[in-house]
Design a protein around this ligand. Structure first.
Ligand SMILES: Cc1cc2nc3c(=O)[nH]c(=O)nc-3n(C[C@H](O)[C@H](O)[C@H](O)COP(=O)(O)O)c2cc1C
Length: 184
């Protein structure tokens, strides 16, 4: 197992989680889930997410469980959905509280539309001591999903010397939208 890389993921409906599971599997590294104490289910939950993102409001997050202190990892890969053209409020809360603890960070964002949302990376960098070193903007279900995911993995491997493990064919990119996501 690669103990120098940590993946941290926030996912409301499971898409970012599936993507991050693939990335953690390819890198053979730890994956930790980020959660908060807010009910984000259903239409009201969706509205709350949108409002939190637009107002840049952060709420209390639960402490993540990792094997080592954040500062001990050579690279931390953060995965988040895009909300209202911004980083999710839950990932924003994590970055505000703990962004300064990580030495090198990479980002994975997922979204529904074709827009790459590269400005989200700049917003996220505001909470880090040094700018991020790699990023991927992915649309699960799109034709280019596997290509861009693998490009990101190669960048991370080149940077860290990590060995890449083969992934199964049925990637998140080929999955139909989940029931929760289609409720929007
Ligand atoms: C409140 C809210 C706002 C969203 N805003 C956008 C958006 O601005 N652009 C976009 O492409 N997708 C947007 N989405 C869709 C999600 O980013 C996308 O479906 C994502 O892959 C879901 O990830 P998850 O299943 O890990 O929560 C939004 C979703 C929610 C809940």
């Amino acid at each position: 197992m690669n103990n120098d890389i940590l993946c941290i993921c926030y996912s409301r409906t499971g898409k970012t989680k599936r993507v991050m599971q693939e990335i953690a599997m390819a890198l053979d590294c730890e994956l930790a889930d980020l959660t908060d104490r807010v009910n984000r289910d259903g239409a009201i939950g969706w509205l709350r997410c949108g409002l939190d993102a637009m107002r840049k409001k952060t709420r209390t997050i639960n402490r993540i469980q990792t094997r080592r202190p954040l500062s001990d990892y050579a690279l931390v890969i953060l995965g988040t959905p895009v909300w209202a053209g911004r980083c999710s409020a839950v990932m924003r809360a994590f970055l505000k509280r703990r962004g300064h603890e990580m030495s090198q960070v990479a980002y994975v964002i997922t979204h529904r539309s074709d827009e790459p949302y590269r400005a989200v990376f700049d917003q996220m960098d505001l909470c880090l001591l040094t700018p991020h070193v790699a990023d991927a903007s992915l649309r699960p279900g799109s034709a280019g999903y596997v290509f861009w995911r693998d490009q990101f993995l190669r960048t991370v491997a080149d940077r860290t010397g990590a060995e890449l493990h083969p992934l199964p064919e049925d990637a998140a990119g080929t999955e139909a939208p989940s029931a929760a996501e289609t409720e929007r």
